[in-house]
Design a protein around this ligand. Structure first.
Ligand code: SF4
Length: 395
């Protein structure tokens, strides 16, 4: 299985997205504590690591940990807002450190919308400069986009923009907003989209990408809202390929291992032909309405075949539909009831020390002012901070 794990290398950021699900925490990493997490993914037999945040380019030892992960045999990617990627020599340093793919997050190619979502002006230009630098350095560039209430009606516009201006970008990733954590949780009213609000523009965007020979993935969107492209659903691919995912959260959640890809199903799902391979409705945070779901009646086998024989993704362990069916049924026979991601007993993720506490306090103060100016609520105060003094761990 081609499992990829996530390592949050920092939790602070230079942007201020109103729907950030992983905002600043008091936990920080040094090289040694990041190394432990790379070793953990290697010990789990994982294929790769995704360096993320917060904004990972803010960690001064990012190239070093990237090199360490590559030397340990992992495939390495990074998710960034692109703000620092075009800084002098940075993309080349990351390329030299072995970074293979960079996912640059841009939510809208309409400057006013992007500014409202990012809490900062000029972010598209900065991201484009970074994209060009990464491409010139030989790093594959993908575009990530969080679907939200403000960009829901023009997802396809962004695709036309990227195809025209950066034709070398060949892969796109959509994540429907996770309204359960961080600022996304407290700003649900502003940013959580209705599923029907993006259905059409997502369909147009995916069709445009398919026509142009590009590839894509879509996460947290029920298959009834992307039926034609069901094979591109991240959850469906994980369900079909029996994959898991580990996230090393740089906060009190620590290590989360996700083995169950099903969310919430409505009564209508009982008659839907795609039910066995559908992730359903993302229900953590209660941001979405199950009444929007509707059953579809398309052959499940066609979706599975497309995933098993995807020439752009040779990671499937199953040679045929029959072989897959046997493994899939056996897997489900022993699978526990759908549940929230399980905490895995694992390594310690980062630490809380004086430096982390000072950073957390000062970021909350400055971000609080910027958020108030922009009409965005700040995430809840971290309630599980270790008490001052003895419980903090040394740097
Ligand atoms: S009706 Fe339910 S099972 Fe069918 S595609 Fe929609 S969410 Fe998935």
């Amino acid at each position: 299985m081609a499992n990829i794990g996530y390592i949050q290398v920092v939790r602070h950021c230079n942007h201020l997205c109103g729907f950030c699900s992983n905002p600043t925490s008091p936990y920080t990493h040094d090289f040694e504590s990041m190394k432990v997490l790379v070793d953990d993914l290697v010990a789990r037999g994982y294929f790769g690591a995704i360096l993320t945040g917060g904004e990972p380019t803010l960690h001064p030892e990012l190239p070093r940990i990237c090199r360490y992960a590559r030397d340990a045999g992992l495939h390495v990617r990074m998710i960034t807002n692109g703000h620092n990627l075009g800084n002098d020599g940075f993309a080349q340093d990351m390329a030299d450190a072995g970074l293979q793919i960079v996912h640059v997050s841009v939510y809208s190619t309409r400057p006013a919308v992007e500014e409202q979502l990012r809490g900062i002006a000029g972010s598209i230009e900065r991201a484009e400069r970074g994209i060009a630098a990464a491409h010139a350095a030989g790093i594959e560039v993908n575009i990530n986009c969080v679907i939200n209430a403000l960009n829901a009606d023009h997802l396809d516009e962004g695709i036309a923009y990227w195809i025209e201006r950066h034709p070398y970008i060949r892969h796109f990733v959509w994540n429907n907003l996770d309204p359960s954590m961080g600022r996304a949780e407290v700003n649900q009213d502003q940013y959580t989209p209705r599923l029907a609000a993006f259905e059409l523009s997502l369909r147009r965007a995916l069709a445009m990408l398919e026509r142009s020979g590009r590839t894509f993935r879509v996460e947290k969107v029920p298959l009834c809202f992307m039926t034609e492209h069901a094979w591109a659903s991240t959850e469906t691919r994980k369900i079909v390929k029996l994959e898991e995912r580990v996230v090393h959260f740089l906060d009190e959640k620590q290590t989360v291992r996700q083995t169950d890809w099903g969310h919430l199903y409505a009564d209508v799902c009982d008659v839907c032909t795609l039910r066995p391979i559908c992730g359903g409705l993302f229900n953590r945070g209660d941001g979405y309405d199950p009444a929007e779901l509707y059953p579809v009646f398309v052959p499940l086998e066609a979706v599975v075949e497309r995933i098993l024989h995807d020439p752009g993704d040779p990671t499937s362990a199953f040679a045929s539909l029959g072989e897959w069916r046997v493994a899939f049924d056996a897997h489900n026979a022993v699978r526990p009831e759908p549940s929230a991601p399980v905490e895995a007993p694992a390594v310690r993720v980062g630490r809380v020390n004086e430096y982390g506490m000072r950073l957390y306090r000062s970021k909350r103060e400055s971000e609080g002012r910027r958020a108030a100016d922009r009409g965005v609520k700040m995430e809840r105060e971290n309630e599980e901070l270790p008490p001052s003094g003895g419980a903090r761990q040394p740097a």
